[in-house]
Design a protein around this ligand. Structure first.
Ligand SMILES: [Zn+2]
Length: 310
């Protein structure tokens, strides 16, 4: 009996090892995304990252080799630079930043899910939102990080020296708290914090009003928007996207935190209309992975919890 179980375990282990070796997961076949042809590329030395300059002094630091396709942003002013997220923590973001600017770095996170805070530990001037969710995530964790390197999540090569066994989100220190309406003066440009809770309690957007740039984190990006986690609050999300849509006339480019670094501000009122339609029960859910469904309205889609049967 035990012997059979042992043999079965071996078979399962071997087949998952085979899966892990599958060279090209489906999501990875879609890369490079065509929108990147329209954005200026910047060369750096670490092949884990691709860096683009979608607006003057704004660097989008993209991680195309992992399924989240996370994008962190570095906004460079005359006196200091603001880093908005630190990605997966799979390679060394600080080394990339050092190739882009020598100015002192202020770090803010669009929110503190593991795929946006992975290299926070490498920085010291970290502003956090004053929420228990933020404080809890600043303690670090292993579970979510490990899921990010499971079978089918990696496209191409992990960085040399990366140790998957010890991969975890490392803890970081919140140096100060930031709040809705705070302004960060970088010298010749200012970024304003807009609290946009919903995806998480600590989600924020950043507005560079003078240049018409809006950084929306995971509140909006041009791919399915994840609204299924227990910390997601749909009522809060509803209010937050209305706030962003009201800014659309002043905005030239919307920069979200996954897949593609540029979107039109006309997407923001469309996002509100799409979300309204979903909440009004006017959109048929499509099945996704167990417990989740996708709602699709034109080119906007939401990945949400499956409705529970009454
Ligand atoms: Zn997130």
């Amino acid at each position: 009996m035990h012997r059979i179980a042992f043999v079965l375990t071996l078979v399962v282990l071997q087949s998952s090892a085979l899966l892990a070796q599958t060279p090209i997961p489906d999501w990875c076949r879609a890369l490079p995304r065509p929108e990147y042809k329209t954005v200026q590329r910047v060369s750096i030395s670490d092949p884990w990252f691709e860096v683009y300059e979608p607006a003057h002094g704004v660097f989008a630091i993209y991680e195309p080799h992992q399924a989240e396709e996370t994008i962190s942003y570095l906004v460079v002013g005359e006196k200091q630079a603001l880093l908005f997220d630190t990605g997966m923590g799979i390679s060394d973001l600080e080394k990339v930043i050092a190739q882009l600017t020598r100015l002192p770095i202020i770090l803010l996170n669009s929110h503190t899910h593991n795929d946006h805070v992975g290299d926070n530990w490498e920085f010291s001037r970290i502003y956090g939102m004053d929420t228990d969710f933020t404080r809890q995530n600043a303690l670090g964790s292993r579970l979510d990080a490990q899921a990010e390197i499971a079978s089918g999540q990696i496209c191409g090569e992990l960085p040399k020296g990366f140790d998957s066994k010890v991969y975890a989100t490392r803890p970081w220190k919140i140096a100060a708290y930031t709040h809705d309406g705070d302004r960060f003066d970088l010298g010749d440009r200012t970024l304003e914090v807009i609290a946009t809770p919903g995806h998480t309690p600590d989600s924020i957007s950043l507005l560079d009003r003078a240049n018409g740039l809006l950084f929306t984190g995971d509140t909006y990006y041009p791919a399915p928007i994840w609204l299924f986690r227990p910390e997601t609050d749909l009522d809060a999300y509803d209010l937050s996207i209305r706030r962003l849509a009201a800014l659309a006339p002043q905005v030239k480019v919307v920069m979200g935190a996954h897949n593609i670094p540029v979107a039109s501000p006309t997407q923001l009122p469309k996002l509100v209309a799409a979300f309204d339609a979903v909440r009004a029960g006017k959109v048929q859910p499509l099945p996704d992975s167990p417990g989740k469904v996708v709602y699709k309205v034109g080119d906007i889609s939401f990945l949400m919890r499956a409705p529970t049967a009454h």
